[in-house]
Design a protein. Structure first.
Length: 85
């Protein structure tokens, strides 16, 4: 995990990822944004058991919506010649 990327994602309501180098598992961590829909997403999260830990995760539908939203933001930034955080 890149600590600077995590702090930047937190400050900018963005996203970052964590990679387990031993297994290759990767998790995308998307920060909760300051908007009504994000509160709804947060309320819908579920808790799963993963390697002996209880881990809250977003619903599959909310993950798809978040990924589409990030793709759209990325496309706008590319068209404008900007870099996303």
């Amino acid at each position: 995990m890149d600590e600077a990327a995590a702090l930047e994602a937190y400050d900018g309501e963005g996203q970052f990822n964590v990679v387990d180098l031993a297994t290759g598992w990767k998790a995308d961590l998307i920060m909760r944004r300051s908007r009504a829909f994000s509160s709804t997403e947060f309320d819908r999260r579920t808790v799963v058991e993963f390697e002996g830990m209880r881990v809250p995760i977003a619903t599959a539908e909310d993950v798809v919506l978040a990924k589409l939203e990030w793709a759209k933001l990325g496309e706008r930034a590319r068209r404008a010649g900007l870099e996303l955080p």
